[in-house]
Structure formats: C-alpha cells, structure tokens
Design a protein. Structure first.
Length: 334
C-alpha cells in the first residue's frame, strides 16, 4: 500500500484505452472542437497492451484492487476483450469495470462477459430523442444505448447509468430517467456538471446541484439515504422506499470528496494523472519506451509519483483565479 502526502491510499486505476469516440457529446467532446477534421492520436501513440500489462503489474503491488477501462470510447479499441481476460487471469484483478456510451454494447456484450467482465457503467444523459441528440452532438436517439443496456442485463451484467445534469439542457429528464431505470433495477447516478477539460464552456450557473436533483426526485418518490457518511463512496447513495432500489448523486462541485480520492489515471496517450482536473501528467509512454527503462525500477518510479501528489482541485476551485489548461476528458475518461 502506498499513501500520498494527505494519507490517501492508492486503490483504483483508471485506464483510457483510446481518445476516440463515436459521439461528440457537449460534455467532453463537443463537435465544434472534435469534428470531422479533428486529428486523433495514431494507434502507435496509444500505450500497447503489453505496456499496460507492465504498469498493471506494478500498480497491483502498490495496492490497486480496482481497474476501470474508459476512453474516449473503450469499445473502439481492438483487443479489449483479450486485455480484460489478461487482467483477471494474469493479474488476478477481480474488480474490473468498463465505462461506455453503450452504442456498441449489444455487439460486444457477450464477448465482454466471456472475457470475465461483470460491471459496466453506461453514460446516458436523456431519454428524449431530441434532447439526447443535441447532447451527443450527432442527433442520435438513445435507442442503441438502451438496447445495449438491455442486452447486457440479459447476460447478467451489473449495470450503472451515469447522467450528467446541465441546467437549461436536460433537467426535464431527471424524473423520466429515474422512472425508466428504477423499473429495470438499474442504479442511476446523477452527476453535477463538472468543469473537466477546456472545451465544455463550464460555468457554475450551468450546474444543477445534487440537492436540487434530490428535491426533484422527492417530489415524486419517497426516498431514504444509504449510509451517506461512508468515506469510500464517491456517490451519495439513496433508495426508493417502495422497492429499495437504488440511485446515487455525485456532487463533486457542491460537496467535494478530494480528501478521500484513491484514484490514479492513465490517459490514452500514456500519461499518468493523479487528478481529473490535472494540467499535466507523468509521461509513462516516454519512460517505458526509453533506453533507460528498467522494469525493476518501475515500482519505485510510480510510488514516488503518488507519494508526492497534493491534488485537491475541487476543494480549491473557488480560490483559483486562473486554472490554466486542463487535460481533456476524452484522454482520461473520468
């Protein structure tokens, strides 16, 4: 186990497998910037799976027990199924999750299940086709994503759905989404609109707070909290009284949780970030591909970087006048 300067223990590793996506969502990849002319990374600029294996082996020794595969859209990365199988069989990682927009989930669900994946988080911000199409940037209805969720549920996956709520955009979808996923026994997590990356035109005026979301849900459902004091939970968990099914609130703007952060992220271009809002990362790809790379030193190299971290951007957000350019969401996945 390794702790940083604030006593935070490293347990979670998030790996972005690609910077590419088949949507241009207003939240992290707006089409105005990531349109047809945008130059994405070449495949040789991604970390190889063999390099990721080296890193995972070291991170496990440092205390990592959970791995989440993200993007961009991770299902666009060839070989993902074999990598998941390797994580389970070679590295003995049992807690593996995947975050996806769900468009290709129907196609891949069975192969993912056979590889040993059990948990999937799907990003979906609206059920209404017009609102969903506006938010995903391509005018696509949510049908493919909903079909993917159903296919995964039929195979026994544990599914969570993440909905980013943006004022004046999809507030009207809070209750329809709550009804839809409650009826399917799927945990829906409402996320406050965050200032990730540099291109989503974030403003505090566009944030719907967790308390506002909760009040909206309470207007139609009786709900009870589930151990809101837990320091290990990113989401504040609630249950519907009538059937004990669950939903959550992720309130990183109004109620920060930097003090309990246990995550480290590897971006699509091979950099290590210790915060979702970091301005720079440790270049792992350059290190791994250098003549000086020595596998026996990798553990110490990563450990020193974690121990030095002092990240707490969300706690300091209101005090920072000029944040500067932050890493894009498409590179580190969230």
């Amino acid at each position: 186990m390794v702790e940083d300067k604030r006593g935070r223990t490293l347990t979670d590793l998030r790996i972005s497998l690609t910077d590419r996506c088949n949507l241009r969502c207003t939240y992290c990849m707006p089409k105005e910037i990531f349109g047809a002319s945008h130059v994405f990374l070449k495949k040789n600029q991604w970390l190889k799976f063999s390099e990721l294996d080296e890193l995972v082996e070291a991170f496990v020794q440092l205390g990592v027990t959970k791995i989440r595969l993200t993007g961009g859209e991770p299902l666009l990365r060839p070989g993902i199924h074999n990598f998941i199988q390797s994580l389970r069989q070679n590295h003995k990682i049992n807690d593996i999750a995947l975050t996806t927009n769900g468009i290709r989930l129907s196609e891949h669900a069975k192969s993912l299940k056979n590889a040993g994946l059990e948990r999937i988080t799907v990003s979906l911000d609206a059920l209404d086709p017009e609102i969903a199409g506006k938010m995903n940037g391509l005018g696509m209805s949510p049908k493919a994503t909903l079909d993917g969720i159903d296919a995964a549920l039929d195979l026994g996956f544990v599914i969570k759905v993440n909905m980013v709520v943006e004022k004046g955009v999809n507030e009207s979808q809070i209750l329809p989404m709550a009804h839809y996923f409650k009826n399917r026994g799927v945990i829906l997590r409402f996320i406050e609109f965050m200032d990730v990356g540099n291109c989503n035109d974030w403003s505090i005026k566009r944030v719907v707070s967790g308390s506002e979301i909760l009040n909206k849900i309470k207007s139609e459902f009786d709900v009870d909290p589930i151990d809101l004091s837990s320091s290990k939970e990113v989401a504040k968990r609630y249950r519907y009284v009538d059937d004990s099914r669950e939903f959550g609130l992720i309130t990183s703007i109004t109620q920060t949780f930097c003090g309990n952060c246990t995550r480290v992220r590897i971006s699509a271009d091979g950099k290590l970030y210790t915060c979702l809002f970091s301005k720079s990362g440790l270049d792992l790809k350059k290190y791994l591909r250098s003549d000086e790379f020595n596998k026996s030193e990798l553990l110490n190299f990563l450990s020193k970087h974690w121990k030095r971290r002092e990240d707490r951007y969300s706690e300091l957000r209101s005090q920072v006048a000029n944040v500067g350019k932050k890493v894009e969401m498409s590179y580190i996945g969230g």
